[in-house]
Design a protein around this ligand. Structure first.
Ligand SMILES: Nc1ncnc2c1ncn2[C@@H]1O[C@H](COP(=O)(O)OP(=O)(O)OP(=O)(O)O)[C@@H](O)[C@H]1O
Ligand SMILES: [Mg+2]
Length: 294
């Protein structure tokens, strides 16, 4: 790169300007203090994460991250593309175990359970800490079977009527019951995108999770479906702890009580959502939320 950091010798010329700006910004970032600022810890933690590091082969994707997730809170994780939000989210239910090159270090607890303990079975863990993905991914099964599948394999229902109750209750909690109660035997994949995402939320709820992880759950939805899912998050919060990754800062402000800002694998800042958005303490957070970076 021919860009120079010496503005006195730099001639401003279109795209070159951007290269130079970028280089200067990177230089500035290097000098910044990368320790987390704000309040990482809470009194009533549901999950505690300490000194978490994640590598994909040689790539250090998450660097010394420590944070609590409070009981019945919605924690939003924000930051530029590639900063490690999904990687960190996947640490919380060991979904990274499915990626060969990925190694996770540090300690993550769900209440007293060390989820990376050697006796921990990931199948029930992933029911306790459920996940909703960016793209709705219903099974190629009926609406009923999408929701009933988890409770069946986890043995949560002793009879068909108990299973029916779980399916109906989960669809109601997910705000989908009224729209699908007359077509439970039809394929889940035949629903609209917003309905499919609520079906996936119903599927996650059906196995009685304690924590629900959501990775950009509204990014494939239109504004109306997004508003429905956001309302749902507010209702679910009464019973569950929710961690949501979002690129939409208005969404983070609407649905979460705490916000964590990640940058190039570092957890830069954590605090109450109001405080982080109105009075960010770290320069990098401020640059991001004001649209300077990312
Ligand atoms: N399976 C993988 N193998 C190798 N590197 C990966 C893998 N998944 C992610 N990474 C790298 O780890 C870093 C963090 O990626 P991650 O997907 O967690 O970012 P993100 O914040 O979720 O980004 P986005 O907002 O684009 O979804 C990136 O540099 C990415 O290229
Ligand atoms: Mg991601």
């Amino acid at each position: 790169m021919s860009a120079t950091l010496n503005s006195a010798t730099h001639t401003f010329s279109g795209p070159e300007d951007m290269v130079w700006e970028e280089a200067r910004y990177k230089e500035k970032v290097k000098r910044e203090n990368r320790l987390t600022v704000g309040s990482q810890y809470v009194d009533d933690a549901r999950m505690t994460c300490r000194d978490v590091n994640v590598y994909y082969g040689e790539k250090h994707a998450i660097k010394d991250v420590s944070i609590d997730v409070g009981r019945n809170e919605v924690l939003a994780m924000i930051g530029p593309s590639g900063c490690g939000k999904s990687t960190f989210l996947r640490c919380l239910n060991r979904m990274n175990d499915t990626i060969d090159s990925c190694r996770v270090f540090g300690e993550i607890r769900l209440d007293d359970l060390d989820i990376y303990g050697k006796d921990v079975d990931v199948v029930p863990l992933r029911a306790q800490v459920g996940m909703v993905f960016q793209k709705p991914n219903p099974f190629p099964k009926s609406i009923y079977d999408n929701v009933a599948y988890g409770p069946k394999i986890h043995g949560l229902a002793a009879s068909r009527s108990e299973l029916d109750d779980i399916v109906v209750g989960s669809l109601k909690k997910a705000g989908l019951w009224k729209e699908v109660n007359d077509r439970l035997d039809q394929p889940g994949t035949g629903l609209s995108g917003g309905q499919q995402q609520r079906l996936c939320i119903a599927r996650a709820i059906a196995v009685r999770p304690e924590v629900i992880l959501m990775d950009e759950p509204c990014s494939a939805l239109d504004p109306i479906a997004t508003a429905t899912v956001e309302d749902l998050i507010a209702e679910l919060q009464e019973q569950y702890t929710i961690v949501i990754v979002t690129h939409n800062m208005q969404q983070a402000a609407r649905v979460s009580q705490r916000t964590a800002y990640f940058h190039l694998g570092d957890l830069i800042e954590v605090g109450s959502t109001d405080r982080v958005f109105t009075n960010p303490r770290h320069r990098l957070t401020e640059d991001y939320i004001t649209g300077r970076f990312g």
